[in-house]
Design a protein around this ligand. Sequence first.
Ligand SMILES: [Zn+2]
Length: 85
Amino acid sequence: MICKKDHRHEQMFLQIPKSQGGEGRHRCAGCAYEAGLAAGRERKEKVDLDLDSLPESQAGTVRHKSPHAAWALGYLNGVRESYEG
Ligand SMILES: [Zn+2]
């Protein structure tokens, strides 16, 4: 499955490192970010990145970006949002 979403976090992903993983799976960093964001908003303490459930990335700025880093960035922003509410 290839991600068809139009992720609008392009600028944010510039700070994300490239994935150096050689496992041949390129999960969508945009979807990973959104999954992390949702977990962060709930301030989940038992987290599961569950990257295998994410769609694969398409071309664009999120391509080949580390889904681990994107998830963590999303989590951080989600926690921030939860304090602003
Ligand atoms: Zn995506």
